[in-house]
Design a protein around this ligand. Sequence first.
Ligand SMILES: *[C@@H]1O[C@H](CO)[C@@H](O)[C@H](O)[C@H]1NC(C)=O
Length: 382
Amino acid sequence: MKSFTLFAAAVALYAKATAAVGVNGAAEGFAKGVTGGGSATPVYPSTTAELVSYLSDDVARVIVLTKTFDFTGTEGTTTSTGCAPWGTASGCQVAIDQNSWCANYEPNAPTVSVSYDNAGVLGMLVGSNKSLLGYGSTGVIKGKGIRMVSGASNIIIQNVMITDINPQYVWGGDAITINDADMIWIDHVTTSLIGRQHIVLGTSASNRVTISNSYIDGYSQWSATCDTYHYWGLYFDGSNDLVTLKGNYIYHTSGRSPKVQGNTLLHAVNNYWYDNTGHAFEIGTGAYVVAEGNVFQNIAVVAESPIDGELFTAPSTTANAACSTYLGHTCQLNGFGSSGTFSQDDTAFFSDFSGKNVASAAAYTTVVSSVTANAGYGIVTY
Ligand SMILES: *[C@@H]1O[C@H](CO)[C@@H](O)[C@H](O)[C@H]1NC(C)=O
């Protein structure tokens, strides 16, 4: 009886899944128009090898995850000597000596033995024209991240959780890497327990990227700040990057949330930053940032000093009218609770928004309830 029930449930899930699984909604902002695998017949990988193959081949695909794909142990483990730049207390992350990082950057740090899972270090490749969708709340990738192929375009990742990538080790692996790409949409993705960056855009041009409704969960037992708050959140480097960051929940981090530099235009709108012991924004040379309609709650330092790039924080209703010409709307004020200051009004770069798709902005007063109800994986239905 029991096995029959399970079988019937599996058939029901399969029948439902095969009926009409396709991307839910459409990207807003810079990556508007992205289609991913379009109307390709969905495929349902059953093994990690099959998932790797579907993601990397040269076929437009809609790939639906209906279970946890656990890469832990699939590529063996390595035990070697690393270093402990932040100390050896049990709550501290320690570093793998990747590319002699310890000797080059932390020569005075004590050495420690590290033992990590090889699969986590490098993400699996994702080629052009792919939709990677999680079914219900079943779509989990454990122990390995994803990396867009150099030159890839037109990719949608929606309703997926990426978790448990060597969280105790810096250089243990990133969850999502984009470098030399175009038209990428990350939507309703949850990242948690990551060794290095939750999302990283490398030094090459990532062009048009939208990151929306996602949950960057920085809680970790191991942290570079030794306080359960993950330091390596979002890193937007680049050379011609246009990043829309909308409706995301950026929780319990202590740095790089985000770090922006290298000719990157960032529109951060209607996000909810909650609980940060270090800093949220790091704004380096070549960063051009409009931050509007966001909520910062318990963010000790909203932007680290110095701010080397250009920044518009939507500081007043009078100043915010300047957004209209190039962003197509009057900018929305940000909301602050128990947080540091964030006030700058550079506008010379607004013309960079010219001719681009720009996300709309709601009042910050709507953000906490909408983000806490909508951000992360397991919410989208197909
Ligand atoms: C992606 O799809 C576009 C449009 O159909 C096509 O021109 C391009 O060659 C595809 N890219 C790859 C790598 O298959």
